[in-house]
Ligand binder design. Structure first.
Ligand SMILES: [Ca+2]
Ligand SMILES: [Ca+2]
Ligand SMILES: [Ca+2]
Ligand SMILES: [Ca+2]
Length: 285
């Protein structure tokens, strides 16, 4: 026997009457069930004057709390002394989609290297649903997520696994945020936030950019004349973006005195030196 989880209090279901070959007072006169919080019993009279029992729901059912209810129905006749018979009734509660999927976290956060190969697993989101069957089957979708992020990452609808479709670049994007929705087969949904932080790797070479160079230098040039202007650049972050300048062994450069600019940090400029995010440091690592 089944009751749907969503039925309201007062819902009724008729039970088969008991049989008793006796007649009149000695036939079935009354029915009882064991005391329980969910069901009460009412006695109905059909068109033939026969009595049959009817269950009435007294308290809302919750399949997630109790999936079945066992009752004992007793039929009594009107004899003296009365005779009785009992039967067991099992009532199964049919599921209603009354639970939302629930993520294991409100916010997922992970840090991955910008060298992560395309196609790698980055993060898995998981939502559970207390219902059963399709009401508990959860699929995952991107919501309120930038198109560029959807191109960079894919989300497995069934498993909630997020993988990178393409190579990552810290210098291009340091962090991605996305909203992931978990939706059950009955249409109830929940959202969570996912933050993927990209960690810098030393994947950029330092560059020397010559901005001005004298074609020739006269032999009687006085010290202090500028012969070459250059700047350095490295797209990486932190120490990966520092550029150490030192003359190549055997090169003629050491005979020229470097003059650091535009923000001189060394009172006595000399090789080697490190250009570190806008400032010179008079040493190299
Ligand atoms: Ca559900
Ligand atoms: Ca349910
Ligand atoms: Ca670098
Ligand atoms: Ca880098």
């Amino acid at each position: 026997m089944f009751f749907h989880e969503s039925v309201s209090e007062g819902a009724r279901i008729s039970l088969d009457p008991a049989t008793d070959p006796d007649i009149n007072m000695n036939s079935v006169k009354d029915y009882q069930i064991n005391p329980n919080p969910y069901f009460s019993l009412m006695i109905r009279v059909n068109s033939d004057g026969g009595k049959y029992p009817e269950l009435s729901l007294e308290k809302l059912l919750d399949r997630e709390e109790q999936r079945s209810h066992r009752l004992i129905l007793t039929a009594l006749d009107g004899g003296d002394p009365p005779r009785s018979a009992t039967t067991r009734i099992e009532i199964f509660v049919r599921d209603a989609n009354d639970n939302f999927p629930v993520f294991s976290k409100d916010e997922y956060r992970v840090s991955v290297s910008e060298n992560l190969p395309p196609g790698s697993s980055v993060l898995q989101v998981t939502a559970t649903d207390k219902d059963e069957g399709v009401n508990a089957e959860v699929n995952y979708y991107f919501r309120s997520t930038a198109q560029s992020t959807r191109h960079t990452f894919s989300l497995d609808e069934k498993t909630g696994m997020i993988t990178n479709n393409q190579s990552l670049d810290f210098e291009d994007t340091e962090r991605y945020t996305m909203e992931v929705e978990a939706r059950d087969g009955g249409g109830l949904s929940t959202q969570c936030k996912v933050i993927i932080e990209i960690l810098d790797e030393n994947d950029n070479n330092p560059e020397i950019i010559i901005t001005s160079l004298s074609d020739e230098i006269l032999e009687d040039t006085l010290p202090g004349m500028v012969v070459v202007l250059f700047k350095t650049r490295d797209e990486d972050f932190g120490e990966n973006g520092e550029v150490c300048l030192r003359p190549r062994p055997g090169a003629q450069w050491p005979r020229l005195t470097p003059t650091w600019g535009p923000m001189a940090a060394s009172p006595t400029p000399s090789w080697p030196a490190t250009w570190s995010h806008g400032r010179w440091r008079p040493t190299c690592p």
